[in-house]
Write a protein that binds this ligand. Structure first.
Ligand SMILES: [Fe+2]
Length: 203
Protein backbone atom coordinates (compact mmCIF):
# COMPACT_ATOMS: atom_id res chain seq x y z
CA UNK A 1 0.00 0.00 0.00
CA UNK A 2 1.39 3.42 -0.99
CA UNK A 3 0.58 6.97 0.11
CA UNK A 4 -1.87 8.89 -2.08
CA UNK A 5 -1.67 12.38 -3.59
CA UNK A 6 -4.97 14.30 -3.83
CA UNK A 7 -5.99 15.04 -7.43
CA UNK A 8 -7.07 18.57 -8.43
CA UNK A 9 -10.22 18.07 -10.63
CA UNK A 10 -10.15 21.64 -11.96
CA UNK A 11 -13.11 21.03 -14.27
CA UNK A 12 -15.42 20.85 -11.23
CA UNK A 13 -15.38 24.64 -10.87
CA UNK A 14 -17.12 24.99 -14.26
CA UNK A 15 -20.17 22.75 -13.84
CA UNK A 16 -23.50 24.33 -14.75
CA UNK A 17 -25.74 22.38 -12.39
CA UNK A 18 -23.50 22.24 -9.27
CA UNK A 19 -21.93 25.42 -7.94
CA UNK A 20 -18.22 26.15 -7.69
CA UNK A 21 -18.64 26.65 -3.91
CA UNK A 22 -20.40 23.32 -3.50
CA UNK A 23 -17.65 21.50 -5.38
CA UNK A 24 -14.83 23.41 -3.63
CA UNK A 25 -16.17 22.34 -0.22
CA UNK A 26 -16.55 18.78 -1.45
CA UNK A 27 -12.99 18.71 -2.77
CA UNK A 28 -11.80 19.95 0.62
CA UNK A 29 -13.53 17.02 2.27
CA UNK A 30 -11.95 14.61 -0.24
CA UNK A 31 -8.50 16.10 0.45
CA UNK A 32 -9.18 15.45 4.16
CA UNK A 33 -9.75 11.76 3.42
CA UNK A 34 -6.44 11.65 1.52
CA UNK A 35 -4.60 13.30 4.44
CA UNK A 36 -6.26 10.91 6.90
CA UNK A 37 -5.36 7.89 4.79
CA UNK A 38 -1.71 8.93 4.57
CA UNK A 39 -1.53 9.55 8.34
CA UNK A 40 -3.06 6.15 9.08
CA UNK A 41 -0.69 4.48 6.64
CA UNK A 42 2.32 5.97 8.43
CA UNK A 43 0.97 4.82 11.80
CA UNK A 44 0.42 1.33 10.45
CA UNK A 45 3.93 1.15 9.03
CA UNK A 46 5.31 2.19 12.42
CA UNK A 47 3.30 -0.57 14.11
CA UNK A 48 4.48 -3.13 11.59
CA UNK A 49 8.03 -2.57 12.79
CA UNK A 50 6.93 -3.17 16.34
CA UNK A 51 5.78 -6.82 16.48
CA UNK A 52 4.51 -6.52 20.06
CA UNK A 53 1.92 -3.96 18.94
CA UNK A 54 0.97 -5.48 15.60
CA UNK A 55 -1.83 -7.71 16.88
CA UNK A 56 -3.24 -5.13 19.26
CA UNK A 57 -6.50 -3.19 19.23
CA UNK A 58 -4.77 -0.11 17.76
CA UNK A 59 -3.78 -2.08 14.71
CA UNK A 60 -7.29 -3.48 14.29
CA UNK A 61 -8.92 -0.05 14.35
CA UNK A 62 -6.23 1.27 11.99
CA UNK A 63 -7.18 -1.38 9.45
CA UNK A 64 -10.88 -0.46 9.68
CA UNK A 65 -10.15 3.27 9.40
CA UNK A 66 -7.68 2.77 6.53
CA UNK A 67 -10.22 0.71 4.60
CA UNK A 68 -12.90 3.33 5.16
CA UNK A 69 -10.65 6.20 4.05
CA UNK A 70 -9.44 4.36 0.95
CA UNK A 71 -13.02 3.52 -0.05
CA UNK A 72 -14.01 7.17 0.36
CA UNK A 73 -11.05 8.32 -1.77
CA UNK A 74 -11.82 5.89 -4.59
CA UNK A 75 -15.53 6.70 -4.59
CA UNK A 76 -14.92 10.45 -4.61
CA UNK A 77 -12.34 10.22 -7.40
CA UNK A 78 -14.74 8.24 -9.57
CA UNK A 79 -17.59 10.69 -8.83
CA UNK A 80 -15.47 13.76 -9.59
CA UNK A 81 -13.98 12.28 -12.75
CA UNK A 82 -17.29 11.50 -14.43
CA UNK A 83 -18.86 14.95 -13.92
CA UNK A 84 -18.53 17.69 -16.54
CA UNK A 85 -20.62 16.40 -19.43
CA UNK A 86 -22.68 19.56 -19.88
CA UNK A 87 -19.56 21.27 -21.16
CA UNK A 88 -19.60 18.83 -24.08
CA UNK A 89 -23.15 19.74 -25.09
CA UNK A 90 -26.53 19.50 -23.43
CA UNK A 91 -28.45 16.31 -23.97
CA UNK A 92 -25.37 14.27 -24.81
CA UNK A 93 -25.78 10.65 -23.74
CA UNK A 94 -23.85 7.40 -24.01
CA UNK A 95 -22.80 6.07 -27.42
CA UNK A 96 -21.19 2.97 -28.91
CA UNK A 97 -20.58 -0.13 -26.75
CA UNK A 98 -21.86 1.53 -23.54
CA UNK A 99 -25.18 2.51 -25.15
CA UNK A 100 -25.57 -1.04 -26.52
CA UNK A 101 -24.89 -2.51 -23.06
CA UNK A 102 -27.37 -0.11 -21.41
CA UNK A 103 -30.03 -1.02 -23.95
CA UNK A 104 -29.35 -4.74 -23.42
CA UNK A 105 -29.60 -4.53 -19.63
CA UNK A 106 -32.17 -1.73 -19.12
CA UNK A 107 -34.13 -1.81 -22.43
CA UNK A 108 -33.45 1.88 -23.12
CA UNK A 109 -31.33 4.81 -21.92
CA UNK A 110 -34.37 6.58 -20.33
CA UNK A 111 -35.18 3.40 -18.39
CA UNK A 112 -31.57 3.16 -17.24
CA UNK A 113 -31.68 6.80 -16.05
CA UNK A 114 -34.94 6.12 -14.16
CA UNK A 115 -33.35 3.09 -12.47
CA UNK A 116 -30.17 5.06 -11.61
CA UNK A 117 -32.21 7.90 -10.08
CA UNK A 118 -34.28 5.42 -8.07
CA UNK A 119 -31.08 3.72 -6.80
CA UNK A 120 -29.71 7.14 -5.83
CA UNK A 121 -32.86 8.32 -4.05
CA UNK A 122 -33.08 5.08 -2.06
CA UNK A 123 -29.37 5.08 -1.20
CA UNK A 124 -27.94 6.71 1.91
CA UNK A 125 -24.27 6.73 0.89
CA UNK A 126 -23.49 6.07 -2.75
CA UNK A 127 -25.10 4.79 -5.92
CA UNK A 128 -23.02 3.16 -8.65
CA UNK A 129 -23.39 1.76 -12.12
CA UNK A 130 -21.02 -1.19 -12.37
CA UNK A 131 -20.18 -3.99 -14.74
CA UNK A 132 -20.63 -7.35 -13.02
CA UNK A 133 -18.07 -9.79 -14.41
CA UNK A 134 -19.97 -12.82 -13.11
CA UNK A 135 -23.33 -11.74 -14.51
CA UNK A 136 -21.78 -10.24 -17.64
CA UNK A 137 -23.80 -7.03 -17.51
CA UNK A 138 -24.47 -3.62 -15.99
CA UNK A 139 -26.44 -3.01 -12.80
CA UNK A 140 -27.17 0.00 -10.55
CA UNK A 141 -26.15 -0.58 -6.91
CA UNK A 142 -26.66 1.28 -3.62
CA UNK A 143 -24.20 1.18 -0.70
CA UNK A 144 -22.09 2.96 1.89
CA UNK A 145 -18.87 4.98 1.96
CA UNK A 146 -16.23 2.30 2.01
CA UNK A 147 -16.84 0.77 -1.38
CA UNK A 148 -19.11 -1.01 -3.77
CA UNK A 149 -20.73 -3.86 -1.81
CA UNK A 150 -20.58 -6.60 -4.46
CA UNK A 151 -17.50 -8.65 -5.40
CA UNK A 152 -16.13 -8.86 -8.93
CA UNK A 153 -17.78 -5.70 -10.15
CA UNK A 154 -16.13 -2.75 -11.87
CA UNK A 155 -17.86 0.59 -11.14
CA UNK A 156 -18.03 3.02 -14.07
CA UNK A 157 -20.17 5.72 -12.43
CA UNK A 158 -20.63 6.85 -8.82
CA UNK A 159 -23.04 9.36 -7.23
CA UNK A 160 -22.28 10.73 -3.77
CA UNK A 161 -25.50 10.83 -1.73
CA UNK A 162 -24.25 12.20 1.58
CA UNK A 163 -25.71 15.56 2.62
CA UNK A 164 -22.35 17.28 2.21
CA UNK A 165 -22.55 16.59 -1.55
CA UNK A 166 -25.60 18.84 -2.06
CA UNK A 167 -26.25 20.89 1.09
CA UNK A 168 -24.88 24.20 -0.30
CA UNK A 169 -26.83 24.04 -3.55
CA UNK A 170 -30.01 22.18 -2.69
CA UNK A 171 -30.47 22.13 1.10
CA UNK A 172 -32.37 18.93 1.88
CA UNK A 173 -33.67 18.54 -1.69
CA UNK A 174 -31.88 15.34 -2.61
CA UNK A 175 -34.07 14.70 -5.69
CA UNK A 176 -33.03 18.01 -7.30
CA UNK A 177 -29.40 17.20 -6.55
CA UNK A 178 -29.69 13.77 -8.20
CA UNK A 179 -31.26 15.41 -11.28
CA UNK A 180 -28.38 17.92 -11.36
CA UNK A 181 -25.74 15.19 -11.15
CA UNK A 182 -27.38 13.08 -13.86
CA UNK A 183 -27.54 16.11 -16.16
CA UNK A 184 -23.82 16.78 -15.53
CA UNK A 185 -22.56 13.25 -16.26
CA UNK A 186 -19.75 13.01 -18.79
CA UNK A 187 -20.80 10.08 -20.96
CA UNK A 188 -17.57 10.10 -22.93
CA UNK A 189 -15.58 9.40 -19.75
CA UNK A 190 -18.13 6.86 -18.51
CA UNK A 191 -17.95 5.12 -21.91
CA UNK A 192 -14.16 4.94 -21.61
CA UNK A 193 -14.52 3.41 -18.15
CA UNK A 194 -16.96 0.86 -19.51
CA UNK A 195 -14.47 -0.15 -22.20
CA UNK A 196 -11.70 -0.53 -19.58
CA UNK A 197 -14.08 -2.69 -17.50
CA UNK A 198 -14.78 -4.89 -20.52
CA UNK A 199 -11.07 -5.24 -21.29
CA UNK A 200 -10.35 -6.22 -17.67
CA UNK A 201 -13.09 -8.86 -17.97
CA UNK A 202 -11.40 -10.22 -21.13
CA UNK A 203 -14.37 -9.22 -23.36
FE1 LIG B 1 -18.59 13.15 -0.51
Amino acid sequence: MRSIEAKSFEHLGRLESLSERNMREHLRLYAGYVRKFNELLKKREALQHSPDNYAGADCESLKVDLTYALGAIKNHELYFEILGGMQRGKGAGPEGPLLKAIEADFRSFPQYVADLKQSALLGRGWAWTAYDRDQGGLFNYSGAQNGIPVWNTQPILAIDLYGHAYFYDFGANKASYVDAVVSALDWMKIGQRYEVAMESAGK
